[in-house]
Design a protein around this ligand. Structure first.
Ligand code: SF4
Length: 361
C-alpha cells in the first residue's frame, strides 16, 4: 500500500512539472509576461514567487489536482452535450458548435503588442460563431459573490479573445464547484467590456514591469493571503489594514451570527429559569420526543495546591512534582464591532454646558 502511495506521489511530481512547463508557451519568457490569472491575483505574491519559487509538497499537489479533475469533468459534460472538441490550432477556423480547452488542450492567447497573455480553461464556439469563455474554479464552499480575482481573470481572457476576434460576440462565466459537498454554481452574465479590459491591461503592464524589477509590486490582500508564503513583511498586512471586500462580507456574517448567538443565549437562559421553577433541583420527564432533566451537583471541597506558592516556598518539592506539558498552539479569529467614540465637545462648549447645569441647579 505504502509503495503505491509513494508511486502516486512521484507521478504527481512528474505531472506537476509537465503541467507547469506547458504553461511557458508565450512568445516572451514568463518572467516578463503578465498572465490573466496573475493579473487577477496579488502582484506582490506573483513577484515574490518568481524570486523564490515555492516548493510544493505532495499534499499541495493533491489540492491542485482538484482543479484538473474538474476540468476533465467539464470536458466530458461538453462532449456529452454534443460540442466537438478541437485543438487550439483548429479552433479559429472550426465551425461551431465546438470547444477548445481542458487539460493540455487549453487555448493560449496573447496580446499582439503588450506582454499580456492567458490560457483559457474552455472556450466554446456556438453555431453563430459567438464565443463563450468558461473559467473553472474548485472551492471549499461556494462564496455568495465571485472573488474579484476570478472576474478579473475572466475579463482578461475575454478581452484578449476580442482583440483576435473583433466582430464576434464574446461572453463568459465562472463555474465554481465544491467537489466535496457536490455543489456547483455558475457566476454568469459577463461579457467583453472595453473599460474593464483597459484597466486590466494597465494592471498587466505594471505587473510585467514589477516582474522585471522596474517598479515596486503592489500587494493586493484577498482570500488567498492565508496560503501565501510571503505574508511576513507584507505591507498589505501591516497593522490595521483595510479588509478586502470578500473577507469583509464573511466577517460581517460572523458578526451578525455572533449578535444572534448572544440574543439566543439570553432567551435560552430566561426559558431555562422558567423550567427550573417547575423542575426544582431534581427532575426527569419525557414527552413528545423531549427529555427534560434537572440534576444538582452539591457544594464540595477539594484540595487545591497553589503552584506559584509551592514554587516560591518549596522549590525542590515543586521541581520533583513538575513536568513539562506540551500545549498545542492555535490561531484565534475574532470579529468584534468597533465602538465609535462620540466626538469630544470643544472645551469652551463643555465649560458653557457645566455653567448652564450649575445655574439650572
Ligand atoms: S500576504 Fe496577501 S497581500 Fe501579501 S503578498 Fe501574499 S497574497 Fe499578497
Amino acid at each position: 500500500m505504502a509503495k503505491l502511495v509513494n508511486f502516486n506521489a512521484q507521478a504527481r511530481e512528474r505531472l506537476n512539472a509537465a503541467n507547469t512547463a506547458s504553461l511557458h508557451d508565450f512568445r516572451l519568457p514568463r518572467e516578463q509576461m503578465a498572465t490573466a490569472s496573475e493579473i487577477g491575483g496579488c502582484e506582490r505574491r506573483v513577484v515574490e514567487d518568481l524570486k523564490n519559487p515555492p516548493v510544493h509538497n505532495d499534499r499541495q499537489r493533491m489540492v491542485f489536482e482538484r482543479g484538473h479533475v474538474y476540468e476533465l469533468m467539464v470536458e466530458q459534460y461538453l462532449d456529452a452535450m454534443g460540442f466537438k472538441r478541437v485543438t487550439p490550432e483548429e479552433f479559429a477556423t472550426a465551425p461551431g458548435p465546438c470547444y477548445v480547452g481542458g487539460r493540455n488542450n487549453q487555448l493560449t492567447i496573447e496580446h499582439p503588442e503588450l506582454p499580456i497573455g492567458a490560457h483559457a480553461d474552455f472556450v466554446i464556439k456556438h453555431k453563430t460563431g459567438a464565443l463563450f469563455v468558461i473559467e473553472c474554479k474548485t472551492t471549499d464552499g461556494i462564496p455568495s459573490d465571485p472573488y474579484g480575482s476570478w472576474i478579473e481573470q475572466l475579463h482578461t481572457v475575454m478581452g484578449l479573445l476580442q482583440i483576435h476576434n473583433p466582430n464576434v460576440e464574446i461572453r463568459g462565466s465562472v463555474l465554481a464547484r465544491d467537489l466535496n459537498k457536490g455543489h456547483e454554481h455558475e457566476f454568469d452574465g459577463y461579457a467583453f467590456n472595453k473599460g474593464v479590459f483597459d484597466y486590466l491591461t494597465q494592471k498587466g503592464i505594471h505587473l510585467s514591469l514589477a516582474k522585471q524589477g522596474k517598479v515596486d509590486p503592489i500587494p493586493n490582500p484577498g482570500p488567498l493571503c492565508g496560503f501565501c508564503n510571503h505574508r511576513e513583511g507584507c505591507p498589505g498586512h501591516a497593522g490595521a489594514v483595510k479588509i478586502p471586500a470578500n473577507i469583509l462580507d464573511i466577517a460581517e456574517q460572523v458578526d451578525r451570527l455572533n449578535s444572534s448567538k448572544k440574543e439566543i443565549e439570553k432567551d435560552i437562559d430566561t426559558l431555562k429559569g422558567q423550567l427550573l421553577e417547575f423542575t426544582g433541583t431534581r427532575y426527569r420527564g419525557e414527552e413528545d420526543g423531549i427529555c427534560l432533566t434537572a440534576t444538582t451537583v452539591p457544594d464540595s471541597e477539594t484540595d487545591y495546591v497553589d503552584p506559584e506558592k509551592l514554587k516560591a516556598d518549596f522549590p525542590e518539592a515543586f521541581a520533583a512534582c513538575a513536568s513539562k506539558k506540551k500545549r498545542a498552539g492555535y490561531t484565534k479569529v475574532e470579529v468584534k464591532p468597533i465602538k465609535l467614540k462620540a466626538p469630544k465637545a470643544p472645551k469652551a462648549a463643555k465649560k458653557q454646558a457645566e455653567t448652564t447645569e450649575a445655574v439650572a441647579a
